[in-house]
Design a protein around this ligand. Structure first.
Ligand SMILES: CC(C)(COP(=O)(O)OP(=O)(O)OC[C@H]1O[C@@H](n2cnc3c(N)ncnc32)[C@H](O[C@H]2O[C@H](COP(=O)(O)OP(=O)(O)OP(=O)(O)O)[C@@H](O)[C@H]2O)[C@@H]1O)[C@@H](O)C(=O)NCCC(=O)NCCS
Ligand SMILES: Nc1ncnc2[nH]cnc12
Length: 277
């Protein structure tokens, strides 16, 4: 019998797999406060789980191309930054075609795009190199009046751009340590991931929440997330009660923490990458 020779995945293909898997795991994780999950649409009228999955899958070629660009340029610099900007904008268009114009993953394209490229350059300095890339100027980036730009003007929040430029502190200092801690306490994988999301929410200035619900939305999100963790986390009954309260309060404010969801996906990507090294 002839042996079947399977196609061996390239590094860029494996990184694209990890990025898409992280997005799908984030979408599936339930119950996430006011976000799209297996239960429903959260605070969104135009999003659902199937759309989040389709959007994540549509981004696979983009992540692969970003990793290939990083391998080709071989170092952090303006040529790589501008290549990533171009590929990211094309990826956004592919996403919008798939979702019929709904913004599902703009923040994730930014965060995971930078992290995928950084991982292709040097898997052991991912957040550092992602930050160095985010600090570089892309001459071709348009300056649209995005929701993020509007709340930056109104409240001074610098959102997704600053989070990346600082080396993803929400991921490195809050999400990942909480993920490991909850795993160590045998919370169960889904609860550990929920706890990581909540840890991210405790301090994030999420521009999606700010845009929809202002500073009241931010303090509701941050205090509510802290209350779940202080009550023992998602694996405990007291924590689950607090999580339900947080969900209800955010829904009442129409506040969706989409930025925190993207950063959870970034955590899950780095966690997978660490496991593959
Ligand atoms: C540099 C960019 C990040 C542009 O950023 P900017 O802040 O100007 O623009 P936004 O598009 O408003 O925000 C970016 C998205 O980042 C997520 N996010 C929010 N806060 C944070 C934070 N503190 N840290 C990290 N990430 C954060 C968030 O993404 C999620 O929310 C999206 C839905 O948001 P929104 O459109 O506001 O949706 P709704 O409220 O639901 O709208 P309505 O229904 O009410 O109409 C969703 O996509 C999640 O992903 C922010 O939205 C960068 O985007 C950029 O320059 N891109 C250009 C291409 C490029 O250079 N790419 C580089 C590739 S490496
Ligand atoms: N699960 C989710 N629900 C709503 N917005 C999101 N943005 C990224 N992930 C999301």
């Amino acid at each position: 019998m002839r042996a079947l020779k399977l196609h061996e995945l390239t590094l860029a293909e494996r990184l694209a797999d990890m990025a898409v898997d992280a997005l799908i795991d984030e979408a599936d994780l339930s119950p996430k406060p006011a976000l799209v999950d297996r239960r429903g649409n959260g605070a969104h009228h135009d999003l659902h789980l199937g759309l989040m999955h389709a959007s994540a899958l549509s981004l696979w070629p983009m992540f692969k191309e970003m990793a290939e660009a990083a391998i080709e340029w071989g170092e952090v610099g303006v040529p790589l930054r501008e290549a990533l900007g171009r590929i990211g904008r094309e990826g956004e268009q592919a996403m919008l075609v798939t979702t019929n114009g709904v913004n599902t993953h703009r923040g994730a394209i930014w965060a995971l795009g930078l992290l995928t490229a950084a991982a292709a350059l040097e898997p052991r300095a991912v957040t550092l190199n992602a930050a160095r890339l985010a600090l570089l100027n892309d001459r071709y980036a348009p300056q649209p009046m995005s929701h993020g730009a509007q709340v930056a003007q109104r409240y001074g929040a610098r959102g997704a751009r600053e989070e990346a430029q600082l080396g993803f502190p929400s991921v490195v200092q809050r999400g990942l340590p909480q993920l490991y801690k909850s795993r160590q306490q045998n919370a169960g994988e889904q609860n550990a991931r929920l706890d990581a999301l909540l840890a991210i929410m405790t301090e994030l200035a999420d521009t999606c929440v700010l845009y929809r619900a202002g500073p009241e939305g931010i303090s509701t999100m941050q205090r509510g997330a802290r209350a779940v963790l202080d009550a023992g986390g998602s694996a405990t009954l007291a924590g689950r009660r607090q999580l339900h309260e947080l969900d209800q309060h955010l829904l009442a404010l129409n506040a969706s923490p989409g930025g925190a969801a993207d950063l959870l996906a970034a955590c899950l990507f780095i966690d997978r990458l660490d496991g593959a090294l």
